[in-house]
Design a protein around this ligand. Structure first.
Ligand code: DAH
Length: 333
């Protein structure tokens, strides 16, 4: 059965010649709800001998198709570059185009506004690394070795460097801050994060997050966290802090104890979201919590410190505020 399946895949692969089709093909086989994961479900009904045989076959199948996909990717990329080099002759003698034409991208605009504002408030801005190691992205954040987020179907690893990846969350910056700054910490960090998602109206394999971390040896409570999140939202949504009605729902993030999801009350005005106490609906807007003692330990800090952190998706906030209903608009313009 596996040979037939493999031959079928290889002949499909033969016909693919764009990266987009290749990614779709890859996720249909190796993705979270792809064929391999579905096949794996059968294992629970097998005898031990059958399990062994099945496991061996499926692993071989997986490795062969992964290799074939990665060869195909290299081939498509090489052809692409070759074509560009053929077509894209640049005339270096042409005069320079007026560089004052055009606008800053809306995401960069928000990032620099937030940066300025928080720098004035005495926060350190941590740039962080888009390419980081699994220590910063997972281990130090108390995310266990078997956690699903670590799988290749969720995370982009760098070929040839098994512990190096494109960060999946700006929470990595918390670890950089704790190791680099020391206590007390008041920091924000903003930037790109990457997840192995297909592009659709609400998902993108690359998006931006805002992260905030405050650590002190003096008591800090969840109320301090709440008010800091309110301040961030009031700034982004350009409103008074009194208009931000927030509720905290218990949730689980390995790097927090307790962890919460933050909802805000809102109303709609001409397709745009306005955060308002008078709103009649709640919307999830951030993940947050008190820093887990294991995170302090991983950063060689005393575990009796106090700290909170929160993170939010920047695209989503901008889309809500400006009535944009498709994330692709922000990638393409
Ligand atoms: N990093 C989380 C995510 O990407 C969001 C988050 C949750 C950040 C809780 C935090 C936090 O700082 O305390 O989903």
């Amino acid at each position: 059965m596996t040979m037939d399946l493999l031959n079928n895949w290889l002949s499909q692969l033969e016909k693919i010649n764009t990266i987009n089709d290749l990614n779709n093909f890859k996720s249909s086989i190796l993705g979270k709800s792809g064929i391999i994961n579905n096949e794996m479900k059968k294992i629970s009904t097998m005898s031990d001998d059958e399990k062994k045989e099945f496991g061996k076959n499926i692993n071989q199948l997986k490795q062969t198709i992964e290799q074939a996909i990665s060869n195909k990717r290299a081939q498509i990329n090489a052809t692409y570059i070759e074509n560009i080099l053929k077509q894209d002759k640049i005339d270096v003698t042409l005069p320079c185009v007026n560089s004052s034409i055009g606008n800053r991208h809306i995401i960069s605009t928000y990032i620099s506004r937030i940066k300025d504002h928080y720098t004035k408030r005495g926060f350190t801005v941590i740039e962080g690394n888009e390419v980081d190691t699994d220590f910063f992205n997972f281990d130090a954040l108390n995310i266990p070795a078997h956690h699903p987020a670590r799988q290749e179907s969720d995370t982009f690893y760098i070929d040839g460097y098994p512990d190096t990846l494109l960060r999946t969350q700006t929470s990595t910056a918390q670890i950089h801050a704790m190791l680099d700054i020391g206590v007390p910490i008041r920091m924000i960090s903003m930037g790109k994060v990457y997840r192995s998602d297909n592009l659709d109206i609400t998902h993108s394999p690359m998006f931006h997050q805002i992260e905030c971390l405050v650590v002190d040896s003096n008591p800090i409570s969840i109320r301090n966290m709440k008010s800091e999140i309110q301040k961030m939202l009031a700034f982004i949504f350009d409103t008074n802090i009194q208009n931000i009605a927030m509720r905290l729902r218990p949730s689980y993030f390995p790097f927090t104890e307790p962890g919460v999801e933050v909802d805000c009350k809102y109303k709609k005005l001409d397709d745009k979201i306005v955060l308002s106490r008078e709103g009649d609906k709640w919307m999830e807007i951030a993940g947050a919590g008190m820093v887990h003692p294991n995170v302090f330990s991983a950063c060689k800090l005393p575990t009796n410190l106090f700290g909170f952190a929160f993170g939010m998706g920047l695209e989503r906030l901008i889309m809500l505020k400006h009535g944009i209903n498709d994330i692709r608009i922000l990638c393409e313009h």
